[in-house]
Write a protein that binds this ligand. Structure first.
Ligand code: ITT
Length: 204
């Protein structure tokens, strides 16, 4: 019997931290992972929706159409209860394009300064969309509960990880090894939910 050509799966993200995590999470699946570095002509990803799901679908569909391959997008963010769920879907952009992860972390810390531990609750959310060039698209969700630290700690991960405490470990996400983050994160949970569908697609 002839070998099947493995399913090519293009990661529809320009965020390197996300891409690194997704690659690790997909490592044992029968897919050949590609990134947008392999497709330099794919235009800027659309991100105009008001929900994680809308944005994830928009990015995955755009990349599936542009590449002719199955595409996987993640739209994610941090919801801080004391800020009414902000920055939420605007987590990457709410301070404008010139702001850094450190700037955004400082902004959140400043807003929560002096707030008691019990009021510092927050969660990461991720929606993963898988789109096929033929038009099929499915979404999968994951969340990870935590609370906002008093100050940044740790060097791992990306984005808000230095200020996001994972209560079960009493450490920030940036202090946990990548293998641990990849077991407990919002992204890991969304991808776990997507696994069966990816295996189905890979089997043709
Ligand atoms: P792409 O759209 O190219 O994938 P992006 O960074 O713009 O990249 P999002 O719009 O989904 O992606 O923004 C998600 C933001 O939420 C991200 O930039 C981080 O600031 C934050 N975020 C999401 N997941 C995170 C994680 O695991 N750890 C820390 N911060 C995270």
């Amino acid at each position: 019997m002839a070998d099947r050509t493995p399913l090519v799966l293009v990661l529809a993200t320009r965020n390197r931290g996300k891409a690194r995590e997704l690659e690790a999470l997909l490592a044992d699946l029968p897919v050949r992972v590609r990134t947008l570095d392999d497709y330099p002509d794919v235009p800027v990803l659309p991100e105009v929706g008001r929900t994680f799901a809308e944005n994830a679908v928009g990015k995955a569909v755009a990349v599936a159409q542009a590449t002719g391959q199955v595409a996987l997008a993640d739209d994610s963010g941090l919801e801080v209860d004391a800020l009414g769920g902000a920055p939420g879907v605007d987590s990457a952009t709410f301070l404008g394009p010139a702001a850094s992860d450190d700037d955004r972390n400082r902004w959140v810390l400043a807003r929560l300064r002096g707030l008691a531990e019990g009021l510092r609750t927050a969660r990461y959310r991720a929606v993963i969309a898988v789109a096929s060039p033929g038009g099929a698209v499915r979404t999968f969700e994951g969340a990870c509960e935590g609370r906002i630290a008093e100050g940044p700690r740790g060097e791992g991960g990306f984005g808000y990880d230095p200020i996001f405490i994972v209560p079960a470990y009493g450490r920030t996400m940036a202090e946990l090894p990548p293998e641990v983050k990849n077991q407990i994160s919002h992204r890991a949970k969304a991808l776990a939910a997507a696994r069966a569908y990816l295996v189905e697609l890979a089997a043709g």
